[in-house]
Design a protein around this ligand. Structure first.
Ligand code: DGJ
Length: 785
């Protein structure tokens, strides 16, 4: 809902639980009066403009006519420099006619519409419902013929507001955009804590939380991709906030390239947050009649903690970012050959993997890197689109047909934005690689990046990829991007355009993806950039799922998925069970934990299935069938982080919207000795309902008991002897099962009464031995009293 008081020039944007109120000041600037818990709409809201009405020393008055009005103390929707606002600007323009760079944008008009304005060429939130109105407020520069169109769309049900901005040069003289944030917001507090997700390869999504002090704090990327260094997301939260308590403002950028999210706590105790394309290496010439559209920002507010903030984001991403085709479509369980074979495979190996995968219940077989000519390691081949006939004698068509004949869907890995120097494409078009003439190019993974700002490159890739997708009859594509940009220069752009290269690269990529999405609406795309190096809402618009990390170690994955869960729903995150030890950290974790973690994402397998032990095979078969049975709930339910007191433990829940069913996951690091009794509280359940809680059947490998196994057996077995091995391989030792019937209020306030863990004294049905890096999954269903 958007309610407007024309006379007072007040705009009230209302979602289910939040209000966002704007007003035009007497001088014409667009002010933010309020963002927080939903307020009842009243005819007059102007008095919410709570700013200093007194002359302040050491400030610059906006105009001689009112010495009390200075921009530095106002809560502005656009921050510009030069008229007395000394905070970081969100927009900075140089006017080429006179070289000046002071801007002063004042209200001109507004337009309210049921249609969301097009953000041409950019990914965006789609499918607003009938109540989801859009407001465009047009500001005009007081002296120069430049307009700003500030776009706001209110998504009532998901409690989200989308913002963006278009800058239009209405004159004939060019201007240069030095900085153009999509959104800027001034909040009247100085005591926020910032939460954001930093990381690096195989350690993505690590949650950071710290207080903001006076001054500027920023995160961003200069790598050409949004990057795992900092995900394009930030929350500003009250210091007392936690998952189920406190005020939380969440912000995310729908963009995949260099970006910046900056906060500034001002001397007047306001906090400004600005999100947009990075201003580093950015200078965008805008000649007369041209416009520039900034990427979309998604904002949500919760006054009941981080879980509702995440819940809003998740609902919005599922309903308005991910393409409608994939919103409710069950995602297939996949087997990917990467960690099983790396580059070392041939058709018969792939078929054996696929055959075993099929027998275990897997639905999609993905052929990863190495299928094209001259690709036996990282050093060559990118840019070749013909099959390696030694590995695949009947080409992609042949392997795809055989995989499909086994009853599996066929999926393929590609890395289109890259080229190896040793490749057909580089031989033909060396000028298409991003390098600076005369400078030695710095390699990354021994490859170069293609110039996506060049339409000829985009056309070429479209042709090659279309051909491959048709030839291989793919149901799924994993789209990889394995190096950051360096030596940035385009042979295609003019000298004046070079400083916009990073953004032009992203626009070129989006052009390609829009075309492919239209041509292949039924291909399921999975985004990947050495894992989560380009995990963002821009890519999620085109690719509903992402390979969020190359790290598949169960223990590390809990941290990674926990961090990313602040913004992304489980149905965006691919999570595979890999072999042991972990290829990333050499840690051994139970295969049941590797699966339990993967359940809170899109489960799949990435290990050599042809060498499984009988124990592993039996366990995997059960896992796949459990996942498929509960897939709708796991992929489409509402996700919550559950609070536990111990630092080495973590619990998550995915619940059906109507609260009748849920899956709870409990994960621990190292087991502590003589652990105290634990409960897992589920405050989201219905207090009056009665629930059956049942642990998933889990099995252990009896090898881990060593000679202790003799305590339970009538015969004596030699530790690590032949017999021990045979029994371990054949016999599935169940983890003591748990089953309770409990009313919702007891589960809310007391919680699931988790069984004792092993303490070295006895192994009975009262002891649930899950051990180091162990985990448990509980299925909860409402039942008759
Ligand atoms: C990096 C990805 O993250 C891996 O999963 C795999 O696809 C390799 N690239 C292949 O080169």
């Amino acid at each position: 809902m958007i309610l407007i008081n024309n006379e007072e020039q007040v705009f009230h944007l209302q979602t289910l639980n939040s209000s966002y109120i704007l007003k035009v000041s007497d001088a014409g600037h667009l002010l933010n009066l309020y963002y927080g818990p939903r307020l009842q709409h009243r005819e007059t809201l102007s008095h919410l403009n709570h700013t200093a009405q007194v002359k302040l020393g050491s400030t610059t008055a906006y105009s001689a006519s009112d010495e009390r009005y200075c921009l530095e103390t106002q809560k502005l929707e656009v921050g510009t420099a030069g008229k007395g606002d000394y905070r970081e600007p969100s927009l900075h323009i140089t006017y080429c006619d006179d070289g000046s760079s002071t801007s002063d944008f004042i209200f001109d008009r507004f337009e309210l519409s049921p249609d969301k304005p097009e953000l041409s060429g950019l990914p965006h939130s789609h499918s607003p419902s009938d109540n989801d109105l859009s407001l465009t407020i047009v500001l005009r520069e007081k002296l120069k013929p430049v307009e700003l169109h500030l776009h706001y769309t209110c998504f009532e049900k998901t409690d989200a507001i989308c913002r963006s901005m278009t800058i239009i040069n209405r004159g004939s003289e060019p201007v240069v955009l030095n900085k153009a944030c999509s959104a800027s917001l001034d909040l009247p507090r100085a005591d926020f804590e910032a939460i954001h997700l930093s990381g690096k390869w195989i350690a993505e999504g690590q949650l950071q939380r710290h207080g903001l002090n006076k001054g500027v704090f920023s995160i961003g990327s200069s790598r050409g991709v949004s990057s795992s260094s900092h995900n394009p997301f930030m929350a500003l939260v009250s210091q007392d906030s936690k998952d189920d308590y406190g005020s939380c403002y969440g912000f995310a950028l729908v963009y995949s390239g260099n970006y910046k999210i900056a906060t500034e706590v001002s001397p007047y105790d306001q906090t400004r947050i600005m999100l947009g394309v990075s201003d580093l290496d950015f200078a965008w010439p805008l000649s007369g009649g041209m416009h520039f559209t900034c990427p979309e920002v998604l904002m949500t507010f919760s006054h009941k903690g981080l879980n509702p903030m995440s819940r809003n984001f998740h609902a919005h991403i599922r309903q308005h970012i991910i393409a409608p085709t994939w919103q409710d479509q069950p995602r297939p369980v996949q087997a990917n050959n990467w960690e099983a074979t790396y580059f070392n495979f041939d058709e018969s190996k792939l078929i054996s993997l696929a055959r075993k995968a099929r027998s275990l219940g897997v639905e999609l077989f993905v052929l990863d890197d190495g299928w094209f000519s001259n690709r036996n390691d990282e050093s060559s081949g990118l840019g070749n689109y013909t099959e390696d006939r030694k590995k695949l004698p009947q080409g992609l068509a042949g392997i795809s047909r055989k995989i499909r004949q086994l009853g599996l869907q066929f999926g393929l890995w590609v890395e289109p934005e890259m080229v190896s120097v040793n490749s057909d494409l580089y031989a033909e078009h060396p000028d298409w690689a991003v390098t600076i003439p005369g400078r030695e190019a710095s390699p990354g993974r021994q490859q170069l990046v293609l110039d996506m700002s060049n339409p000829a490159v985009v056309d070429y890739l479209y042709q090659q990829l279309s051909d491959v997708f048709h030839r291989a009859k793919v149901a799924y594509v994993k789209w990889d991007h394995n190096r950051n940009l360096s030596d940035v220069y385009s042979n295609h752009l003019t000298a004046e355009q070079q400083a916009g290269f990073y953004h032009r690269y992203v626009l070129g990529l989006y052009r390609l993806l829009f075309r492919l999405k239209a041509a292949f609406p039924n291909i399921l795309f999975e985004n990947c950039s050495s894992g989560g190096n380009r995990f963002d809402l821009g890519m999620a618009f085109f690719m509903p799922q992402t390979w969020i990390s190359d790290n598949t170690d169960a223990h590390e994955r809990v941290k990674i998925q926990q961090g990313f869960s602040l913004l992304y729903p489980p149905c965006c995150m691919s999570a595979h069970v890999s072999g042991h030890p972990s290829h990333q950290v050499l840690r051994h974790t139970p295969i049941e934990s590797r699966f339990n973690v993967s359940c809170f994402g899109l489960s799949g397998y990435q290990l050599d299935l042809t060498t499984l032990t009988t124990y592993e095979e039996k366990v995997i078969r059960q896992q796949v069938s459990f996942y498929k049975e509960h897939r709708t709930l796991l992929q489409q339910g509402v996700f919550y982080r559950l609070s536990l007191s111990a630092a080495n433990q973590q619990a998550w829940m995915i619940m059906k919207e109507d609260q009748s069913e849920a899956i709870v996951g409990f994960f621990q690091g190292l087991q502590v000795s003589n652990p105290t009794m634990k409960t897992i509280k589920l405050p989201m359940l219905k207090p009056d309902a009665v629930y059956r809680v049942k642990s998933r059947e889990q099995y252990q490998n009896i090898r881990q008991y060593g000679h202790l196994v003799n305590k339970e057996l009538p015969v004596t077995i030699k530790d690590r002897g032949v017999l021990h091995g045979i029994i371990a391989n054949r016999y599935l030792l169940p983890v003591s099962s748990e089953s309770y019937i409990m009313p919702g209020d007891q589960l809310q306030h007391m919680g699931i009464p988790v069984k004792s863990q092993f303490t070295g004294t006895e192994i009975t049905e009262h002891v649930s031995h899950i051990g180091d890096f162990g985990s448990r999954i509980y299925h909860i269903r409402e039942t008759e009293a």
